[in-house]
Design a protein around this ligand. Structure first.
Ligand code: NDP
Length: 337
């Protein structure tokens, strides 16, 4: 008898590992997919859960087996982890050993002095809360989300070390740390016996700060990197070339991280010029923006966001051409510098 369920059981595509490529993360034994999916937006309590589910299924079916969370993703805070936990239970539990799931703590999360920063108190409690919300037994990677100048770096790194030693996570990472702080963190973690796996910085055609020292530190230290906001939240796609379309991130007044003001005439002019180079390469702007990020040898994986499955499928096509001629790189530099 055939029974119809409103949420038919998910079976991952048998071909899921045929398109994606995987790269070793620094000098670790761990390989990351060249594209990873972030759950910062589109997975909160305010979002459509069926769409969130479809995004995860689409990603995994296409070999994107790394999902990136943080304690404060939503809105409201915590709801992306809670939603992910439900979707994981329904769809991905049988695939746990094929998945890399990360979370972070470092920004404000709960009221009072212990819900923010880099103290051992905050990091351990927050990691426990994140495990509870997601229902996971452990995270593959746990990050300190941003440097806390008020907490000794030793304390923060010792907390990360404890998170690994207690079985809460397999690897540790840092995000948004400057080169000098990264170097120090590497040394402390090495002395503790829990090497730093990965750094998560913002990196895209409009924001190249990591080229000013961080890439060098990561290379020397054997640490990998996963670049967030590779599409500058959508500005490095065809989406805004002719204004701000309805339904886009910039049109959503509830999203404070990308407003109409962030889409300046100058940025659009640059995006239009970059789009011409992309077209000459047989790519669209989003695909070239992803390819350009992955072209940097420091970058292990490109951490995209998506509001539609079509965007994931579109960005995956970037992998078909990751090489740039000297002439293309020169023209790109002229536009973005
Ligand atoms: P992106 O730069 O990839 O922007 C994603 C947005 O771009 C999508 O939501 C969509 O916007 C648009 N988009 C994506 N693909 C396409 C496409 N092919 N064509 C047209 N538009 C497209 O990344 P995010 O800024 O979302 O960041 C990605 C992840 O990085 C986060 O989910 C999070 O995991 C991590 N992150 C980490 C931070 C940190 O401090 N460590 C900070 C910020 C992010 P639209 O909604 O308009 O359709």
């Amino acid at each position: 008898m055939i029974t119809h369920s409103p949420n038919p059981a998910y079976l991952a595509d048998d071909e899921r590992y045929t398109q994606m490529t995987y790269q070793r993360c620094g000098q670790s034994g761990l390989k990351l997919p060249r594209l990873s999916l972030g759950l910062w937006q589109n997975f909160g309590a305010v979002d459509n859960t069926v769409n969130s589910r479809d995004l995860l299924r689409c990603a995994f079916d296409n070999g994107i087996n790394h999902f990136d969370l943080a304690n404060n993703y939503g809105p409201p805070y915590g709801s992306a982890e809670a939603n992910f936990g439900k979707l994981f239970q329904a769809d991905f539990k049988p695939y746990r050993d094929e998945l890399l799931i990360s979370s972070k703590a470092g920004y404000d999360m709960w009221p009072g002095p212990f819900g923010d920063g880099g103290s051992r108190k905050y990091l351990i409690s927050s990691c426990d809360q994140s495990l509870q919300r997601t229902g996971l037994e452990y995270f593959d990677i746990f990050y300190h989300h941003r440097m806390d100048p008020e907490t000794p770096l030793e304390e923060t790194m010792m907390a990360l070390d404890q998170i690994v030693r207690s079985g809460r996570a397999l690897y540790v990472g840092i995000s948004n740390y400057q080169p000098a702080q990264t170097k120090e963190a590497v040394a402390i973690l090495r002395s503790l016996g829990t090497p730093l796996l990965i750094h998560q910085p913002r990196y895209n055609l409009f924001d190249r700060w990591i080229e000013d020292g961080l890439c060098e530190v990561l290379d020397e230290s054997g640490v990998g990197a996963i670049a967030f906001s590779p599409l500058a939240q959508g500005v490095l796609t065809n989406k805004y070339l002719n204004g701000i379309p309805e339904g886009s991130r910039a049109a959503n007044k509830a999203i404070v991280h990308l407003s109409e003001n962030d889409i300046s005439a100058e940025k659009i002019r640059k995006a239009q010029a970059l789009n011409q180079i992309a077209e000459a390469r047989g790519q669209n702007l989003a695909q070239m923006a992803v390819a350009w990020v992955l072209h940097n040898p420091a970058i292990t994986s490109c951490l995209i966001g998506a509001s539609k499955t079509a965007q994931i499928l579109d960005s995956i096509k970037a992998l078909e051409n990751l090489t740039f001629s000297e002439e293309e790189l020169h023209s790109i530099r002229e536009i973005i510098s």
